[in-house]
Design a protein around this ligand. Structure first.
Ligand SMILES: *Cc1c(COP(=O)(O)O)cnc(C)c1O
Length: 405
């Protein structure tokens, strides 16, 4: 085993099960291990690296800003936060943004905003506000956020949890309607469930959620931390159905593959429930993060990465759907956000990922049965062709092993 892996295993908490590869360098869709082997990154850090590794424009902005001013806290203003939030609002149709760092913090911020809005604006009785989320959701790992999860492992051993959350079946508009009460503050939803296994709800679902929420004076909050910023072939996945949510959570790719940068964005009426001292973060919205966030948005727009995701994603999906393997139970996706469901009776998704790694393609299983393919949005057609050839070879090899056993 690599000395690096042994060292990490000795000192690092065991809260992940990484593939046995030690990376040291990245550029665009490629990463290199410590032995100089090159890999195509089809995971892009759970979509945090949509721009590709070390995008030259982003590296340049970091280098300029890092030598100038980095951290001031929100005790003072900076000259980069305003331009970043203005651009984020323009691109998302929202009025104001509250900057945080990680995705989970921005989700917590959304929950706080929704609860306070329910008490101050909607008139819900003190302590009664409810948030509705979906079965199979993933919104992060803090205590309040895992309180919304129905994945036993995310909660096991970590209780007690704060109350005030309800779950409804994902994709079931009737279930949402039945769950709404006069105490409902918000419905929090991922337009496509990423960690849940690239689960795409029925057409028209989000639109119907928006109509239902409007009718009942409930906030629709979209967690687009993973689906946003071009991943599904539109700037926001909500745009596939012409939906503009009342609150929007962004993270991952917002940091340009360099820094944790997250935002909760909302209509003025929602965001204005926050007053000085209510909520905050020492690092949220710092000058370096804001400069990176602004450039990451500008690169997405100017390099037309959402359009590229739509076009290349369609091509990759068609190529994968044309593979005839008994190991594949399903292939689904939108844009460059694709899951290959492996029939668990035939092979484990983890094994598929390990074999792909040996051939120089990096991906990761989710929910034990799904191989996730979410490469940087700068991937080109020849790289996709190469990836599909590797996947085809690995599936054929595992099929042969299965037949022989
Ligand atoms: C990754 C993710 C989060 C959590 O983001 P962190 O930066 O890991 O805290 C929340 N929601 C969704 C949909 C995600 O994919």
């Amino acid at each position: 085993m690599n000395a690096e892996i042994e060292l990490e295993n000795s000192y690092c908490a065991r809260n992940y099960h990484p593939l046995p590869v030690v990376l040291t360098r990245g550029s665009g869709v490629w990463v290199w291990d410590v032995d100089g082997r090159k890999y195509l990154d089809m995971m892009s850090a759970y979509s945090a690296v949509s721009h590709g590794h070390c995008h030259p424009r982003l590296v340049n902005v970091v280098q300029q800003q890092v030598a100038k001013l980095n951290i001031v806290s929100r005790a003072f203003h900076s000259d980069t936060l305003g331009p970043f939030l203005k651009r984020a609002c323009e691109l998302t149709g929202q009025d104001r943004g509250l900057p945080m760092n990680t995705g989970a913090e921005a989700v917590e911020t959304a929950i706080k905003a929704a609860r306070k809005w329910a008490y101050q604006v909607k008139g819900v009785a003190a302590g009664q506000a409810e948030i509705i989320a979906c079965s199979g959701n993933f919104h992060g790992r803090t205590i309040a956020v895992v309180a919304m999860s129905d994945e036993p492992q995310y909660q096991s051993g970590f209780g007690p949890f704060p109350p005030g959350f309800k779950l409804v079946d994902y994709g079931d508009i009737g279930a949402l309607e039945r769950a709404i009460t006069r105490n409902t503050a918000a419905f929090l939803v991922e337009p496509i469930q990423g960690e849940g296994g690239i689960i795409i709800p029925p057409d028209g679902y989000l639109r119907a959620c928006q109509d239902l929420c409007r009718r009942h004076n409930v906030l629709l909050i979209a967690d687009e931390i993973q689906t946003g910023l071009g991943r599904t072939g539109k700037f926001l996945a909500c745009e596939h159905e012409g939906v503009v949510p009342d609150g929007l959570v962004l993270g991952k790719a917002l940091g340009g593959g360099i820094m944790p940068v997250s935002l909760f964005l909302a209509r003025r009426e929602v965001m204005d429930v926050f007053t000085p001292g209510d909520h905050g973060s020492t690092f949220g919205g710092n000058p370096l993060s804001a400069a990176i966030g602004l450039e990451s948005l500008n690169v997405l727009v100017e390099e037309k990465l959402a359009e590229a995701s739509a076009e290349q994603g369609k091509y990759l999906l068609e190529r994968l759907q044309a593979l005839r393997s008994p190991l594949i139970a399903d292939v689904r996706g939108r844009g460059l956000f694709i899951g290959i469901e492996i029939d668990p009776a035939q092979a484990r998704a983890r094994r598929v990922c390990e074999e792909l790694m040996r051939r120089g393609l990096l991906s990761k299983e989710t929910h034990e049965t799904v191989v996730r393919l979410a490469p940087p949005l700068v991937i080109d057609r020849s790289q996709i062709d190469w990836a599909v050839a590797q996947i085809d070879e690995v599936l054929k090899m595992l099929e042969r092993i299965r037949m022989a056993s």
